[in-house]
Design a binder for this molecule. Structure first.
Ligand SMILES: Cc1ncc(COP(=O)(O)O)c(C=O)c1O
Length: 388
């Protein structure tokens, strides 16, 4: 038996893994499991995107690319910012990475020293904490709740900022809440972070999946904000493992050095496919999917209201609804396990996203159609009735 590094112990396994494993077992024994736990669209990339990937393989365009990405992809991403978000971004500032995960790993190495901390809301995307552990730093979570739409109260930021604080990491639309931050909020956050002498990162991986509120980019506020994005969600390309980070001009050389060392390059075939994903015909299809997701969202919100389950965050974006189950249980994790075992509906317990009141919440991902959502709601209703 070897000795694992101590930092591995600092990484808690996802609670949803217990749910996923059980769901797989139940499915293998023939049960009809409804999956509302996975943060992955049920759509796949357009056929033309797949064809571009296949063409790249057939033409043997399979060597490494430049460490920061294929020039034509970087130009296509820049054009997308210009056309859709009216924001000029020079392609040199775009570093293509293996997923947003790669971008977050790169950012941690680029901006955070060992012994530093980074402020972020509780709840938030759990891997952020773990990326920081890898560089000897830590996440400093700031409690948020429904009363402030799960956004950090910016007036209180100074209370959390200390000598070791490197920056503030936000996400909009957010996982697990689906809440969307306004441009005014991000502007104010940026102003404060500049005053404290730190960096601001905004994770825009769910950009485009906005149903209420502003679909914007923090890049329109300042060139000094670090912005993370990905082809995983809006473009439905999770398994192609492709994302990007936009860095300020002064960070390009450092980010390039890190990209060379950490990844050599992002997956080449995926990069050729992604150029096609930014073509207007594919973007039109993405927009139609956004509309379909919105229909599901409204359907689910109505159904949850019928069951008397309070939706605690404004579900304005992404494909998540964050629900308060404290009226029926004091332990969301065991409630989720019970629901799965007895009624074959899989949800993610709030415990996966933080610590503050997390046992009160569950996350629904509306990644299946209305018929399945209706069936899930009927089963949840039966579970609640049976348990009460
Ligand atoms: C907020 C957020 N950031 C980053 C990621 C990582 O995504 P990927 O590496 O697939 O691009 C996810 C995945 O669910 C996420 O929800």
């Amino acid at each position: 038996m070897g000795n694992l590094a101590k930092r591995v112990q600092a990484i808690a396994p996802f609670h949803v893994m217990a749910i996923l494993n059980k769901a797989k077992m139940l499915q293998a024994s023939g049960k009809d499991v409804i999956h509302l736990e996975v943060g992955e669209p049920d759509f796949v990339a357009d056929e033309s995107v797949a064809k571009s990937g296949i063409d790249a393989i057939q033409q043997r365009k399979t060597g490494y690319t430049s460490a920061t990405g294929l020039p034509e992809l970087k130009r296509a991403i820049a054009l997308h910012y210009q056309k859709k978000y009216k924001t000029d971004v020079s392609p040199e500032r775009i570093i293509v990475t293996p997923g947003a995960s790669g971008a977050l790993i790169l950012l941690s190495s680029l901006m955070v020293d060992s012994g530093d901390n980074v402020l972020m809301p509780d709840p938030c995307y759990p891997c952020n904490r773990h990326f920081l552990v890898q560089v000897g730093a830590e996440a400093k979570l700031i409690n948020t709740d429904a009363s402030n739409q799960f956004a950090i109260e910016l007036e209180s930021l100074a209370d959390y900022w200390d000598e070791q604080t490197s920056g503030l990491w936000l996400a909009s639309p957010a996982n697990p809440t689906g809440a969307v931050l306004s441009q005014a909020y991000i502007e104010k956050a940026y102003e404060k972070v500049v005053r404290f002498g730190g960096h601001l990162m905004v994770d825009e991986i769910y950009q485009g999946l906005v149903y209420e509120g502003e679909d914007m980019t923090a890049l329109s506020i300042s060139e000094d904000i670090f912005v993370i994005n990905s082809f995983s969600k809006y473009f439905a390309m999770t398994g192609w493992r492709l994302g990007w980070i936009v860095v300020p001009e002064w960070a390009i050389d450092g980010a390039t050095k890190l990209a060379q060392n950490l990844f050599i390059s992002a997956p080449t075939v995926s990069q050729y496919a992604a150029v096609q994903a930014l073509e207007s015909s594919v973007l039109d299809e993405c927009e139609r999917r956004r509309q379909r997701l919105n229909e599901r969202r409204l359907y689910l919100l109505e159904g949850l209201a019928r069951l008397g389950l309070p939706v605690v965050a404004p579900a304005q974006g992404a494909f998540y609804v964050f629900v308060d189950v404290s009226g029926i249980t004091d332990n969301a994790m065991s409630w989720c396990l019970g629901l799965l075992e007895k009624y074959y509906v899989a949800l993610t317990p709030g415990d996966d996203f933080g610590f503050y009141n997390s046992h009160k919440y569950v996350r629904f991902a509306y990644t299946c159609d209305e018929a399945r959502l209706e069936e899930a709601l009927l089963r949840i209703e039966a579970y609640i009735t049976q348990e009460s």
